[in-house]
Design a protein around this ligand. Structure first.
Ligand code: NAD
Length: 489
């Protein structure tokens, strides 16, 4: 486990010597300390990235050359996957198979963007002009120094979603992982060094958002901010970015609906409803936390859901067979339990779940199902970010669409029906950036990821993710020898 920042290819301690404890959420024991960065550390990291961008080799390499390093990073993650996965579990709490899945995805993300980096070589777009005296072309260039600020729910995977496309584009960057889960992000420093990434291209600083995160966002040496996290922090960063008109992309929260029609297979519906809200303890931005079930199916489906939800094995993520680990930390644990209590106080019925029974230590919340949740209750409207699903019946397709879209968020939405035409119709009507038909949550590096409304601005993943880190330059050339003749006749 690393105890220093990764700046300019070296491991350096915090300027003020401060640290933050790392607590295993399953055992509540302190397993390590990470450096708590300050504005001085953020400045050192940005300066290193700035120098690497302005004077270093990375932005000047060909895409093919950068791709070799990206593939070596992917291999570096795969070579250490078992060890990194265990570290992720101890830091975040998630079950080991989920951590292994995340890390395989993170490695795949570097491989994918290696391919897109190669595609940048010679990528010149000729532009047809109506005036034969000129030719024009558009070229893509790295945007500069990127500041990437990420959350705690998928620690190394969220890092990969930003680092891989930024490096592919030729950017240099500063990465700030969440103060709650920094361990695997710090290991990435060692992996990129071994992969041959030049010093200063990727710098990693840890610490509190309000201190080191804010300092990165405010730094004039940063050209682009890429943020994943909560809506309030995203809004604050947008205001910060506005001061010097920084480019910013935002991947924020959600309260995503899952509409299940009565012609659905009940077992498949229950499986996907559970995958949509209990995977990663429900700490998933795209979690389908509002389930709408067509009335004729509702009683039977609810009965099956309650049976299956209560069978889910809760425990330390390192124990074989665990399907639901602890929440990430004490704060999140208290927030989620308080949200459940408020839901009940506002009229909801706790059909199952709440504080997990049988645990003396650890931040365990059982799979929770809330019924009869009033449409204006906080639990129906706001992101809880825990294993808590609200479920209610609906009578018509139009009602389901209206209920699904009645949210300030628009990250994801899901629909299940045996009627393909209906499923496609509802998918088209959803106001959300990510739509699943007959499933919930499967995510592919190749497909665009991001939200409508308050769920964010911009898209990650796929070629859309690379665009975040590229500028577009037009070059227009006069090819006619004839005098221009405006002033000099
Ligand atoms: P958060 O907003 O509290 O923190 C996210 C990051 O921002 C952390 O690194 C934090 O240190 C930093 N930060 C906090 N205050 C800051 C400030 N003033 N200036 C700069 N940086 C600051 O979010 P979280 O609790 O870590 O993550 C959960 C949220 O993330 C949920 O709302 C979830 O929906 C969202 N999320 C969205 C996506 C997506 O792709 N849309 C993915 C994962 C998580």
């Amino acid at each position: 486990m690393k105890s220093a920042f990764f700046i300019n290819g070296l491991w350096v301690g915090p300027a003020n010597g401060q640290t933050l404890p790392v607590i295993d959420p399953a055992t509540e024991t302190v397993i390590h300390h990470i450096p708590a960065g300050s504005a001085a550390d953020a400045n050192a990291a940005v300066q290193a990235a700035r120098a690497a961008f302005d004077h270093g080799p990375w932005p000047r390499l060909t895409g093919h050359q950068r791709a070799q390093v990206l593939r070596a990073i992917a291999k570096g993650i795969r070579d250490r996957l078992p060890e990194l996965a265990r570290l992720e579990v101890r830091d975040n709490g998630k079950p080991l198979p989920e951590a292994e899945w995340d890390l395989a995805d993170a490695a795949g993300c570097f491989d994918y963007y290696a391919g897109l980096a190669e595609g940048l070589d010679g990528a010149v777009e000729p532009i047809a002009l109506p005036d034969p005296r000129f030719t024009a072309k558009a070229v893509r260039e790295p945007i500069g120094v990127a500041g990437a600020i990420i959350p705690w729910n998928y620690p190394l995977l969220m890092a990969a979603w930003k680092v891989a496309p930024a490096l592919a584009a030729g950017c240099c960057m500063v990465l700030k992982p969440s103060e709650h889960t920094s361990l695997t992000a710090l290991e990435l420093g060692e992996i990129v060094n071994a992969a041959g990434l030049p010093p200063g291209v990727l710098n990693i600083v840890t610490g509190l958002g309000a201190e080191v995160g804010q300092a990165i966002a405010e730094h004039p040496g940063v050209d682009k901010l890429a943020f994943t996290g909560s809506v309030p922090t995203g809004a604050r960063l947008m205001a910060t970015a506005a001061r010097d008109v920084k480019n910013i992309s935002l991947e924020l929260g959600g309260k995503s609906p899952f509409v299940v029609f009565a012609d659905s297979d009940i077992e498949k519906a229950v499986e996907w409803i559970m995958f949509g809200i209990f995977w990663n303890q429900g700490q998933v931005c795209s979690a389908t936390s509002r389930v709408l079930v067509e009335a004729p199916l509702y009683p039977k489906l609810l009965e099956r859901l309650l049976i299956e939800a209560q069978k889910i094995k809760i425990g330390n993520g390192l124990q074989p067979g665990t399907l639901l680990g602890p929440l990430v930390n004490d704060l999140q644990y208290r927030k989620v339990l308080a949200a459940i209590d408020r839901a009940v106080a506002q009229g909801a019925t706790l059909a199952c779940g709440g504080k997990a029974a049988g645990f003396e230590t650890g931040y365990f919340v059982a799979p929770t199902v809330l019924t009869d949740v009033p449409l204006d209750a906080e639990a129906w409207c706001e992101e809880i970010f825990g294993p808590v699903v609200c479920i209610r019946p609906f009578d018509s397709e139009a009602e389901a669409i209206a209920l699904a879209n009645d949210s300030r968020f628009g990250l994801a939405a899901a629909v299940m029906s045996a009627d393909t035409a209906r499923a496609e119709r509802v998918a088209a009507a959803f106001r959300a950036g990510i739509v699943w038909i007959n499933c919930s949550q499967p995510t592919f590096t190749e497909a665009p990821w991001g939200g409508y409304k308050q769920s964010g601005i911009g898209r990650e993943l796929g070629h859309w993710g690379l665009d975040n880190y590229l500028e577009t330059k037009q070059i227009t050339r006069l090819i006619s020898d004839a005098p221009w003749g405006w002033y000099i006749k």
